[in-house]
Design a protein. Structure first.
Lengths: 673, 670
């Protein structure tokens, strides 16, 4: 049987096809089609020339939900909320996003005030219903919703995490009267406390849901037309997949779909090859995503954002910065040289794309430095024009009074400094020494810069997996199905018995077991992880504490929290502790593709395809060029060298040594002469 | 001088900023005060040997920007008497500090026997002793009640900790082990910085590093000079007030600012400011000067990187013993009010020069509200502290943002979660909403304030507030109207209980089911409200940002029964409203237009009895003289000697308002 991973990114659509019988993998890359992403996807499938009836599973990474949110092109929607609180969504936490600017504004709320309706209902913090939603309020609101012509509604009541009854009744009333309107309640989307974050996440979900549903339906229909009728698995931000129907209801979980697939793939490959401590470094055209993986486990967070909008669902802690191959280098006021955050994007793209871009980008600089080969077109379509790259870079060089080689070298060095800054934030700033980690580089521009990034951080090893240009699509094939359940019960540890805690976890586990069974998993292929969000009484932030069989009393739970606090904040006291939320993550384990293998035979000489003068520190240096697919297992080569393959080039700077392992991973190590 | 290419310069700049970020992360990760690791009430900086800040963390402006003043003061104390291994500690507000809770650590780094750089950290310690837990008290009449004062001392000397000093300090603070933890967090941050500085020197060389620092300061300076040079030379003046109630009567404290632009330099002179008072209104030179800088940066060059270069062309004169440069032993605990008023006068003065760049005044106050008592569920004491932000000022391009942290606050959460609050305290929020009509009218409307109703569900509690702007609201500019003032009152048994000293209440007793109503201040408007595009007025009304009443009476927009604008009626009403304004002919006067109160002076406006009666204004009413930039506020004196139809105005007033003798000027009630 065949497995197909399709990752639709902002610039390119990447596909990986795996043949379970032979272990063979085929890659395809085609420009994305933002007007209708399904189109680019079908082009890619067409190029693979495969019979979709033979495909057993399709896993999909998509930026659709994220793009709808960022472009503000979602549904016309309304919010139904507790009387007195319709402005929660507009005011948020009353903070300021732009410092020191008297003209800073706040982005408008997703829903205008006149479409935020109030109901005279109220639940208290302990779940007591003080006032059920009055029938006359519900009637009035249903009529107002009908008159407003909205296609989606978010029901957001105070303390719904503690008791969802009022939200449920309101939902029923709306669905009954307006069956074609999409309705979601805050306790379905995010049953956690802090109303702004819950309401905002719910509104975001509702805002993108109708268009995401249409998109996923269109994808499923087109796949079905070609013979694929099994479930479509969609990658979600927590590193697992969910069936498309569930993502259509909860699209807010798919905001990190593509980046999460890459991290999952990295953790999998790293673990399988004996490198469990990684910093993933995915550099694409417009952004770079980095994530810390420790002992095979990636960090999770609930502090996510989509642009300026909070998204508090549990997600992989990925630090994303707006700098990639397409980032523009420009001179600002006071002669401050910047690389990014302005990006040439996919259109017009870097100057060397010849699609109208005139400003120099990081990609153009790499072309000028002769690091990026221009012989083969990108994604089968885009030819790189070295002259345009040189013209763009030299214009900036003239403005700064340096030569073009120094300028190009400088642009790359500044981009590298930005990358290291992003990595410091998830490592050094969190108390992890990056030198103890392997830099795991992929994405179209990752392997181009990885050695320099590693050197800057004192990291001794870079790992470039096979197919780095399609790596996220590969990650889709190793992702398990994952359901997360959460229950908020703000309680001091002294007020809650251990048996009660176990009962809550039992209920959450039972519910997720049911979901996995619905997805078709046998008990043997299920795995559950429980954790607690805890804090000292008085704190505003929680820490996640694993709840496993080693904990048998509430004292154990407290001790586990103290240890977690000490690990993160260096100190811990025995002050009173409270539990905020209980979480269960349930995994449906899928079969994983076998890792690729490097050719057992072959030689460096045979893999060597070219030699050219590449600029290192602005100095032309004779550099051998190798075809990656021809490098045999165990090959070792000294920098300077370039290793080319479809979709990317790995730069081995002078003083670095590259080696190939049995699974065709490339390792770059510094100072290994 | 070492030649530095532009790319290495940028890379070293990133290296320096990244050192500060790492310091910040270290403090954040290891400090013990909740204020530090939750409210981020701390700041870090790197300074060169001349005490100029070369890189700063970016967060809460109120905290970060005054840091260089503290460092300079400490360095003045020790001059050459510094050796490797010394660590300086200080919090003295009279010597470069802000308030006593802000404790600063300074850590000189030497290379080859030469002082090159020093990292510094300032942290808000949760308690530094004094009359109340937390050290900040609205009741303080002298600094001795606000905690332990630490002049610049060497808390570590040549690597040896001064245990005597440390023990003495900690013995005077509540929860001393936590404070010791905060101290060590700051020290750890400085040591991290030292390590990174040495790494940078090893890699790039000391000369290269110092050259980068010099060039960065110089280019920031030239960037700020370029901005100032675009302003026409001249002297610009503005004045505003802070509110106190000695003996229960309003005593406004005058804060005047004379802003002089000469070429690429700028002088902010507060001569004439009210003498300091024995209540927590005063602040320090560091705070006042930093606030001038925050306002200038936010108006002239928001995107500029933070280093001392951009401070160089700006000087601040603040006479000692005044509310903007407090001296011993007056209290210095509250600085939020001075900060916002210094920003207000800077905006007011610049409104005469760069009307396109300024905004209406922002929400006047930090609005510290405290509700405390015993929680019936736990039997333990609780204190709910809230500081809801209000409306920001409108500006040429847009309406002011509603309920958003101001420029001196930065990215601080100012509206607390109802669910968190109800889980923690015996309180229930009845509503938490934007207040309709609270934004100043204008062509661009000022931001709306927060309006919160908090029900007490415990048997009893007490309420205190320390705020300002309850009498004088945020002003609009270029004819824009004022935002609504700060207010708090109690709804009890269906009636309203109001306070005689609004904004300054201590220990008011609340009983069960009282609803405490808190309303922050609205932001000032921009431009004449009668020029606001009709469709914006209509949309404001439909969205409930303004009432039907205001839509008609202030904006002159007539909405028909169908919900559509009646264009003809609107045009007629707008003409009528404009004609109805009290416009008086400006006449020259040599008389002193300031009235001396118990402490300070206030501006007066003399009107003829006929004009006052015609406008329905009583003697003592507060009026606003509306000119071409920011309005002047004045207390009305009805004077039979003034000819009706005229307004005597001094030279200063005419200059601020851009009003020539013989020209008409709009006067309105506040």
């Amino acid at each position: 049987m065949l497995w197909l991973g399709i990752d639709v990114g902002g610039t390119f659509t990447d596909l990986v096809l795996y043949d379970e019988a032979s272990g063979a993998m085929r890659l395809e890359k085609t420009p994305s089609t933002p007007r209708d992403h399904a189109e680019g996807m079908m082009t890619g499938i067409g190029r693979l020339a495969l019979a979709l009836e033979r495909v057993e599973r399709v896993a999909h990474g998509t930026t659709v939900a994220t793009n709808i949110a960022l472009e503000r092109s979602g549904a016309r929607m309304a919010v139904v909320t507790t009387r007195g609180f319709r402005d929660v969504l507009e005011v948020g936490r009353g903070n300021r996003l732009v410092l020191y600017d008297i003209k800073a504004t706040r982005p408008p709320a997703l829903v205008p005030r006149s479409l935020r309706f109030e109901v005279g209902e109220r639940t208290l913090f302990d779940g007591t219903v003080l006032q059920p939603p009055p029938a006359e309020d519900l009637e009035r609101i249903v009529e107002a919703l009908r008159a407003s012509g909205v296609e989606a509604v978010a029901v957001c009541y105070l303390h719904a995490y503690a008791n969802a009854e009022n939200e449920r009744r309101t939902r029923e009333a709306i669905v009954k009267a307006l069956p074609h309107v999409f309705v979601a309640t805050s306790c379905e989307v995010l049953p956690e406390y802090r109303e702004y974050e819950r309401f905002a996440t719910t509104a975001l979900n509702v805002y993108v849901a109708p268009r995401v549903r249409r998109y996923l339906t269109s994808v499923a229909t087109r796949l079905a037309a070609q013979g694929y009728c099994r479930p479509l698995a969609v990658m979600t931000s927590n590193g697992g997949t969910l069936p498309a129907e569930r993502v259509a209801d909860l699209p807010v979980h798919s905001m990190l779909s593509g980046p999460a697939a890459g991290v999952i793939g990295a953790a999998h490959v790293g673990r399988a090859c004996g490198h469990a401590d990684l910093i993933t470094y995915d550099m694409g055209g417009t952004s770079t995503d980095v994530c810390l993986v420790r002992a095979g486990q990636f960090a999770m967070t609930t502090e996510g954002r989509v642009g300026t909008l909070p998204n508090r669902v549990l997600q992989i802690e990925i630090n994303s910065i707006g700098a990639g191959g397409g980032s523009i280098a420009a001179l600002g006021a006071g002669r401050f040289l910047n690389v990014g955050p302005e990006s040439a994007g996919a259109v017009p793209g870097p100057a060397c794309y010849g699609r109208g871009g005139e400003q120099p980008t990081v990609t153009d600089a790499n072309v000028v430095l002769e690091r990026l080969g221009t012989a083969k077109p990108l994604g089968g379509e885009i030819r790189l024009d070295p002259e345009r790259a040189r013209t763009a870079v030299s214009r900036l060089a003239t403005a700064l009074g340096v030569d073009v080689a120094t300028m190009a070298d400088g642009i790359v060095k500044l981009a590298v400094v930005k990358m290291t800054g992003a990595i410091k934030e998830i490592s050094i700033m969190r108390g992890h020494d990056p030198r103890a980690f392997t830099l795991f580089a992929y994405g179209g521009a990752g392997p181009l810069h990885a050695a320099f990034v590693a050197a800057e951080l004192g990291m001794s090893r870079v790992m470039v997996p096979p197919m780095p240009g399609n790596f996220s699509a590969f990650g889709l094939l190793v992702a398990d199905v994952r359901h997360d359940e959460v229950r908020t019960r703000v309680t001091r540890t002294t007020d809650l018995g251990f048996a009660e805690l176990e009962r809550h976890f039992g209920e959450l586990t039972a519910r997720s077991r049911e979901r996995l069974a619905q997805d078709g998993f046998a008990a043997a292929a299920m795995r559950f992880e429980a954790s607690l969000d805890m804090r000292y009484v008085g704190q505003a932030f929680e820490l996640s504490v694993p709840f496993d069989t080693s904990l048998v009393t509430m004292k154990d739970v407290e001790r586990a929290f103290y240890a977690a606090h000490e690990a993160r904040y260096v100190h811990a006291t025995d002050d009173p502790v409270e539990i905020v939320s209980l979480r269960v993550s349930a995994y449906g384990i899928v079969a994983k593709p076998a890792l690729p293998r490097a050719p057992a035979t072959g030689s460096l000489a045979a893999a060597r395809v070219d030699e050219r003068a590449v600029l290192f520190d602005a100095t032309p240096t004779a550099t051998a060029v190798y075809a990656r697919e021809r490098l045999p297992s165990g090959a070792v080569l000294e920098g300077p060298a370039l290793i080319e393959e479809a979709g990317t080039t790995t730069v081995v700077p002078p003083g670095f040594r590259a080696s190939v392992d049995a699974h065709a991973n490339l390792f770059l190590e510094a100072g290994a002469r | 001088m070492t030649a530095l290419d532009p790319i290495t310069l940028e890379i070293l700049t990133e290296v320096l900023i990244s050192i500060v970020r790492e310091m910040r992360a270290t403090v954040f990760r290891t400090a013990r005060s909740v204020a530090i690791y939750e409210a981020k009430d701390f700041s870090c900086g790197l300074f060169d040997h001349t005490s100029e800040v070369i890189a700063q963390s970016e967060d809460i402006g109120a905290h970060v920007v005054p840091l260089p003043w503290s460092v300079r003061s400490a360095m003045a104390e020790f001059k050459d008497d510094l050796a490797p291994g010394d660590v300086i500690l200080l919090n003295d507000p009279y010597r470069g500090g802000t308030h006593l809770n802000d404790v600063t650590l300074i850590y000189p780094v030497f290379e080859a026997g030469r002082l090159i750089l020093f990292p510094a950290v300032r942290e808000h310690w949760a308690d530094v002793g004094g009359m109340v837990p937390g050290s900040l008290s609205g009741e303080a009449t002298s600094i001795y009640q606000e905690g332990v004062r630490i002049p610049p001392i060497k808390i570590v000397e040549r690597g040896t900790p001064n245990r005597a000093a440390m023990t003495l300090l900690l013995s005077n603070m509540r929860v001393p082990d936590e404070r010791e933890g905060d101290f060590h967090a700051g020290l750890a941050a400085c040591k991290t910085a030292e390590r990174r500085i040495r790494e940078a020197i090893a890699r790039y060389g000391l000369d290269m590093l110092l050259a980068a620092i010099r060039q960065n300061l110089d280019r920031s300076e030239s960037r700020m000079r370029d901005r100032i040079a675009t302003l026409p030379d001249g002297e610009y003046y503005y004045e505003d007030y802070l509110e106190t109630f000695p003996g229960g009567r309003l005593e406004p404290l005058l804060l005047p600012l004379r802003l002089t632009v000469r070429g690429s330099e700028l002088v902010a002179d507060f001569t004439g400011a009210s003498p300091q008072v024995p209540v927590p209104v005063n602040s320090t030179l560091a705070v006042s000067a930093a606030s001038v800088f925050i306002a200038l940066k936010s108006i002239l060059d928001p995107a500029a990187p933070l280093n001392q270069g951009s401070f160089r062309p700006i000087s601040v004169i603040a006479p000692e013993g005044t509310i903007v440069n407090v001296t011993a032993p007056a209290p210095a605990g509250s600085h939020g009010e001075i900060r916002k008023r210094v920003i207000a006068v800077t905006v007011g003065a610049l409104a005469q020069v760069v009307p396109d760049l300024v905004a209406g005044d922002l929400f006047r106050t930090s609005f510290h509200n405290l509700v405390g008592g015993v929680h019936p569920r736990t039997g333990k004491e609780f204190v709910h502290y809230e500081w809801a932000s209000g409306g920001n000022g409108a500006f040429a391009e847009d309406d002011g943002p509603s309920a958003m942290a101001s420029i001196d606050w930065g990215d601080l959460n100012t509206v607390q979660s109802t669910e968190v609050l109800e889980t923690r305290f015996p309180l229930r929020l009845e509503w938490s909403a934007l207040a309709t009509d609270s934004g100043g009218d204008g062509r661009q409307r000022g931001g709306l304030s927060m309006h919160r109703g908090i029900r007490l569900v415990a048997p009893t509690a007490t309420y205190s507030v320390l705020a300002d702007g309850a009498i004088l609201p945020a002003f609009g500019v270029l004819g824009g109207g004022s935002g609504s003032p700060v207010d708090s009152h109690v709804i009890r048994d269906g009636g309203q209980v109001r306070f005689a000293t609004p904004g300054k209440v201590g220990g008011f007793s609340l009983v069960k089911d009282d609803v405490l109503v808190l309303q922050s201040a609205g932001g000032g408007g921009y431009g004449d409200p009668l020029e606001r595009p009709v469709e914006h007025v209509l949309s404001d009304w439909r969205e409930g940002y303004i009432s039907a009443h205001r839509c008609r009476d202030r904006y002159g927009v007539v909405v028909g029964a169908s919900g559509e604008v009646d264009a003809a009626a609107t045009e007629a009403l707008r003409r009528q409203l404009a004609a109805r304004r009290l416009r008086l002919t400006v006449v020259e006067t040599q008389a002193d237009l300031y009235l001396r109160g118990a402490v300070s002076r206030r501006r007066i406006c003399r009107l003829s009895p006929a004009d006052a009666a015609g406008a329905g204004l009583d003697d003592g009413a507060i009026v606003e003289l509306v000119g071409s930039s920011a309005p002047l506020r004045a207390w009305l004196v009805i004077d039979g000697a003034v000819q009706s139809g005229t307004l005597p105005l001094d030279t200063l007033g005419r200059r601020v308002l851009g009003a020539a003798v013989g020209a008409p000027l709009h006067v309105r009630a506040l």
